[in-house]
Write a protein that binds this ligand. Sequence first.
Ligand SMILES: *Cc1c(COP(=O)(O)O)cnc(C)c1O
Length: 230
Amino acid sequence: MIKENLEEVEQRICEACKRAGRDRSEVTLIAVSKTKPISMIEEAMEAGIIEFGENKVQELSDKYEQLPKNLHWHLIGHLQRNKVKYIVDKACLIHSIDSLRLAEAISQEAIKKGVTANILVEVNVAQEESKFGVSVEETLPLIEEISKLSNISVKGLMTIAPFVEESEENREIFNKLKQLSVDIKTKNIDNVSMNVLSMGMTGDYEVAIEEGATLVRVGTGIFGERNYNR
Ligand SMILES: *Cc1c(COP(=O)(O)O)cnc(C)c1O
């Protein structure tokens, strides 16, 4: 089933790229495997997937230990400062930086481990109360501060769009994040590249691609519905 789902997602990504006049190679699919067992991840690996997304530090670490080291793990969920030490050398990209204090903790841990941490700043474009992330206005000032820290590299922006019935409703959100990233890129800040835009989930990744997403995070569309009552 996972193989068939991946084929469908792949086809939809290709079509969205075509509609937007973009090359397929500009978009990377992250298979969001949170709550799903190792066996399902292995099935996705057999279909050629190496990028996986998890929203919890503990779960990412467990899966990282159990699976081949050629996989790329993306931390897409909220990160607490006291968990930074467990994740810095395991995640290829942390999508959810939303404060200078968190970035400082990551910088310190990265120095200690002798690595460079790649991060995205999470922007709450829709200003939903329930969501993490900084406002559009706070984004540039935060990035300017983070850019002064050692061993941390800002690759771009991430947003979680609202849950909507019609994906078109989120087009404006994605467009806003794209505009913000373009604006920040023109500032040419040290250690800030702004080439990555992480946006779009199962319900809206095609619209996100049309608006410039370079990373789409698809869980349900690949692995099926999640059951949180295990
Ligand atoms: C769970 C999750 C996803 C995947 O959601 P689906 O709707 O299942 O595709 C994407 N991004 C984040 C941040 C998530 O927590």
